[in-house]
Design a protein around this ligand. Structure first.
Ligand SMILES: Nc1ncnc2c1ncn2[C@@H]1O[C@H](COP(=O)(O)OP(=O)(O)OP(=O)(O)O)[C@@H](O)[C@H]1O
Length: 275
């Protein structure tokens, strides 16, 4: 198993720095992710999805429980706050692509930064890798010298995906990666993520409140409420048959679920016609 989360708990302080009051955010979450798999995490705003996501990429230490990556407890490995070898194998793409990049960096610097941080390449080797990655995300070397403000939202998110791929990761956290994009661009970016997953044998945790997007991209899914997994869907085709009241509520809240899924599928066909 690539990633294993065992009974993690997390509380956050409430009411400011001097307050001792704590609010439980994660309440005993366990999950597993195999190589090459895309697992969806669906839940309402504030349910703790991003907190769990941050825990999986090594930046939110659990109060209790374990996060095992390739069998190793990442928060107990020596120097987990620095740059141990496992860290380059874990990457992330977030919803807010604008604040994910330094606006004063050109695309080449954005993509090569992790290569320098992890001492994987520098100079012309790093630049060659940046061009290769830009091609992989459908942009190409012409974009190397552009600034973020010279790119569309979809192009900038592709640059963020290229950066996430730079260190040859095995696992990528995708925290609402298409939520800020137009539907037609969402389809293109999800198709890109899907083809990259196959090409590089990547595993994804895809956090979303959008059931249609989860149905489109994921192999299986977890419904998440108030810091707990309330229902697991082992076959994504059965997403519409969830039984728990919370999952059904989420399903019904997306009244246009099947319309939206049809839109995505339609967008994919259109995309392939345009290609
Ligand atoms: N560092 C922190 N300190 C205090 N409270 C926090 C911290 N990080 C998150 N929280 C709180 O934890 C709860 C869960 O937040 P989280 O971002 O994980 O939820 P989410 O399900 O990802 O929501 P959204 O979909 O809106 O991003 C929220 O009430 C949030 O305010």
């Amino acid at each position: 198993m690539l990633l294993k989360v065992q009974e993690v708990y997390k509380d956050f302080s409430q009411g400011g720095f001097f307050s001792a009051a704590k609010k439980p955010i994660l309440k005993g979450v366990s999950l597993e992710l195999a190589c090459g798999e895309c697992l969806g995490l669906i839940g309402e705003s504030g349910s703790g999805k991003s907190t769990l996501g941050r825990m999986l990429i090594g930046i939110e230490k659990p109060d209790w429980g374990e996060v095992l990556f390739e069998g190793r407890n990442i928060y107990r490995s020596p120097g987990w706050r620095q740059q141990p070898d496992w860290r380059r194998k874990i990457s992330a793409v977030f919803q807010d692509y604008t604040s994910s990049v330094n606006p004063r960096f050109r695309v080449d610097k954005i993509i090569t930064e992790p290569l320098y941080t992890h001492r994987l390449a520098s100079g012309s080797k790093a630049m060659e890798r940046a061009v290769y990655l830009l091609e992989k995300v459908g942009l190409g070397g012409d974009y190397l010298k552009r600034y973020p403000h010279q790119l569309s939202g979809g192009q900038l998110q592709r640059v963020c995906i290229a950066r996430a791929l730079a260190t040859n990761p095995a696992f990528i956290l995708l925290d609402e990666p298409v939520s800020s994009l137009d539907v037609s661009v969402q389809v293109q970016v999800m198709d890109l993520l899907d083809s990259l997953k196959k090409e590089f044998q990547l595993s994804y945790l895809f956090i979303s409140h959008d059931l249609a997007a989860v149905a489109y991209l994921c192999d299986r899914a977890l419904f998440f409420a108030e810091g707990r997994i309330v229902e697991a869907v082992e076959r994504i085709a059965e997403l519409g048959q969830v039984k728990e009241a919370y999952s059904r509520k989420l399903l019904y809240s997306v009244l246009d679920f099947s319309d939206q899924l049809a839109d995505y599928r339609c967008g994919r066909e259109e995309g392939s016609r345009l290609a």
